[in-house]
Design a binder for this molecule. Structure first.
Ligand code: GLN
Length: 204
């Protein structure tokens, strides 16, 4: 489908599922565990899992600075769930230690926003950027975005049990973030959207 190569950070969590979906779209995909494996990539996915564990492994494997440099250079990056937490500039509801470890996305994320209410749930989201039909989204101890800075576009939001509306998918320039797990469904539209972001950025 495209000549781009997309990496999936493979320290912990749901990386294999992202790899599979990229390959279904005909994209060259590569697991990333070492800093040098970022070289030559056109885009990067940071999967869901557990943000504290992922942060600890990234620190141990010397990936924190390279990942910050990657995002800081404006390379296309998509964080799902724990990956979204790591990309956020500000995090609340976190354990000691920096889960907003990489940063670059000007939002405030609440790490276990929905986890306080119910561990896991599924919801159908209206996402104008993806068109019809609505997206079936799987939330697992999911975070939510409670505040967005300038230049952050909300792609999908959700109203919680308390009547509070929070963002669950956003895009800011080359960064895409989703609070849920598109890689656990068979809907390829989020991956196709990210591949488009990568392809367009590659053409610059
Ligand atoms: N709330 C979890 C965390 O803090 C994220 C859960 C997930 O990625 N499914 O890492």
């Amino acid at each position: 489908m495209s000549g781009v190569t997309i990496g999936v950070l493979a320290l912990q969590g749901a990386f294999a599922e992202h790899m599979k979906m990229l390959r279904q779209l005909g994209v060259t995909a590569r697991e990333v565990r070492k800093p040098e494996e970022l070289d030559g990539l056109d885009g990067l996915i940071i999967p869901g899992g557990e943000s504290t564990s992922m942060a600890l492994i990234a620190e141990r494997w010397g990936l924190v600075q390279p990942l910050k440099a990657w995002v800081g250079a404006g390379k296309p990056t998509w964080g799902t769930c724990a990956g979204m937490i790591l990309l956020s500039d500000r995090a609340t509801g976190q354990k000691q230690g920096g889960q907003s470890l990489i940063g670059g996305l000007d939002v405030t994320v609440n790490r276990n926003y929905f986890g306080r209410q119910i561990d896991s749930f599924e919801a159908d989201l209206t996402v104008p950027a993806l068109g019809a039909p609505p997206v079936h989204a799987v939330f697992i101890r999911a975070p939510a975005i409670t505040g967005t800075g300038a230049g952050v576009e909300v792609l999908a939001d959700l109203t919680d049990n308390a009547g509070q509306t929070v963002a669950v998918a956003v895009q800011s320039g080359p960064i895409l973030a989703t609070a849920f797990h598109p890689e656990l469904t068979d809907d390829l539209r989020w991956h196709a959207l990210f591949v488009r972001m990568v392809t367009e950025s590659d053409a610059d």
